[in-house]
Design a protein around this ligand. Structure first.
Ligand SMILES: Cc1cc2nc3c(=O)[nH]c(=O)nc-3n(C[C@H](O)[C@H](O)[C@H](O)COP(=O)(O)OP(=O)(O)OC[C@H]3O[C@@H](n4cnc5c(N)ncnc54)[C@H](O)[C@@H]3O)c2cc1C
Length: 417
């Protein structure tokens, strides 16, 4: 990570970015390149949130599938949303190339595996729909040919999308931060924003921010706080449900065992609601994740999840029985009530979040996109004018009391479907 600024933040800036993850850093990089005076205020350390804890899958599509996008938003907007997911991968690739970020970005493709036979029938319908309505080509792999993609008998076929990619998330975040600083951005760690007030200066509307490192006045504020969105932005907090996601990483596997597990090094995830996702790392560990405990991470939930994930990993790869798990960790994702990303303005504050576990690409894309908005450029991001819904009947203010119910519901739905 780059050297963070010592001392208090400057008295004024053009833009204060709250949150030093992928979204905030991508925005800061673009703003600094556009000669804006930009300050990143990160409560912990750069990349402390989900951005360095994720599986590094740079995926096509959104959490809401193509069929769901068409049904809810109509053809024109659904196509623009899906295409934004492809543009988001290009955006990561472009950033990595232009800023020379060594982070193992590779177009590996992704593999969605069918947990039940009828899910594979859905894959065939999805492939037709993606080709017909979205002009996007994917391949279906029947069960009898699955071993060329995955060394497991647990699945009933797969769908391959060659456009997806892999990245080392921590090195990507480090590279983004260094690029933002190189371009002139200022990065403050341990700078939790505790208060935001509207405040004009010399006739210019803006905001006064109180942070644990001192105060600052800025013309614009960009909230990039993801699943860690807190009470300082209550309007955003009431629209985001923080959900835990957990990962275990095995010891380094012997080359034949790694190659047998995922021969083409794809990013893999299954078709359940409470899904598993897994991949090989460049140093040949199997990284295996899922919503094991569902709740945001604590030491206890991480330990429990690690045990559950290891058990689940062995149902998929029984041959890994003697493989040690070297690492386990958890992080919090930002899930909106409508399962599509949101980026826009609320109470005068700019924001981009709600990626529901798809933020590596989308965070880069929407961070960059919102930076352009703050610079006054026209913007074509299809999420900008979408209503950002709260919970039905206003039954949520940021404390997700309903997570046990949701966990029960999805467990049941996975069992039935
Ligand atoms: C285990 C796991 C696996 C995942 N796997 C994938 C994957 O393979 N592919 C994918 O696309 N996505 C994945 N995701 C999701 C992805 O990591 C996130 O969508 C993405 O990192 C969001 O980035 P962000 O910058 O918006 O938020 P974050 O990286 O979460 O950063 C938000 C930051 O805001 C800071 N903050 C909060 N409040 C304040 C405040 N008041 N003042 C100052 N700072 C504050 C926090 O400290 C935090 O660092 C995964 C997530 C997890 C947890």
């Amino acid at each position: 990570m780059p050297a963070a600024e010592p001392g208090p933040p400057p008295e004024t800036a053009d833009v204060a970015v709250i949150g030093g993850g992928i979204t905030g850093l991508a925005a800061a990089l673009t703003l600094a390149q556009r000669r804006a005076k930009v300050v990143v205020l990160e409560a912990e350390t750069i990349g402390w949130g989900a951005s360095t804890r994720n599986a590094g899958m740079v995926l096509t599509g959104l959490k809401r599938g193509a069929q769901g996008l068409l049904a809810r938003y109509g053809r024109e907007r659904a196509i623009r949303m899906f295409r934004a997911s492809l543009a988001a991968i290009d955006c990561v690739e472009d950033t990595v190339r232009r800023e020379a970020i060594a982070c193992d970005f590779t177009r590996t493709g992704h593999l969605e595996v069918a947990s039940k036979p009828r899910h594979f029938d859905d894959f065939r319908r999805s492939a037709d729909l993606l080709a017909r309505d979205f002009h996007h080509s994917v391949t279906v792999v029947p069960k009898d040919a699955l071993h060329r993609e995955i060394g497991s008998d647990a699945y009933h076929g797969a769908l391959v999308d060659e456009a997806s990619a892999a990245v080392d998330p921590a090195r990507y975040v480090g590279g983004l931060a260094r690029a933002a600083v190189r371009a002139g951005g200022l990065v403050f760690e341990g700078a939790r924003v505790e208060r935001i007030e509207r405040s004009a200066r010399s006739g210019t509307a803006g905001f006064g921010l109180t942070t644990t490192r001192g105060s600052i006045w800025t013309r614009d504020v960009f909230a990039a706080t993801g699943g860690y969105t807190g009470p300082v932005t209550p309007a955003l907090r009431s629209r985001i449900v923080p959900i835990g996601s957990y990962i275990i990483a095995t010891e380094v596997l012997p080359p034949p065992q790694a190659e047998a597990a995922i021969p083409r090094h794809r990013m893999v995830f299954d078709s359940k609601h409470l899904l598993h996702y897994f991949r090989l790392t460049p140093d040949r560990r199997l990284l295996f994740g899922g919503r094991a405990a569902f709740f945001p991470e604590t030491r206890h939930s991480t330990q429990t999840s690690a045990a559950m994930l290891r058990r689940d990993m062995l149902t998929i790869f029984p041959g890994m029985r003697d493989v040690n798990v070297d690492y386990a960790w958890g992080g919090t994702i930002d899930v909106p009530f409508d399962l599509v990303p949101h980026a826009g303005r609320i109470d005068g504050l700019h924001y981009a979040m709600a990626y529901a576990g798809h933020g590596v690409a989308m965070g880069t894309y929407l961070g960059r996109s919102m930076a352009h908005v703050m610079c006054g450029d026209t913007n074509e991001n299809p999420f900008i004018d979408l209503a950002f819904p709260r919970a039905p009947l206003g039954l949520y203010n940021g404390r997700p009391w309903f997570l046990p119910l949701a966990l029960g519901w999805y467990t049941l739905a996975d069992w039935i479907n």
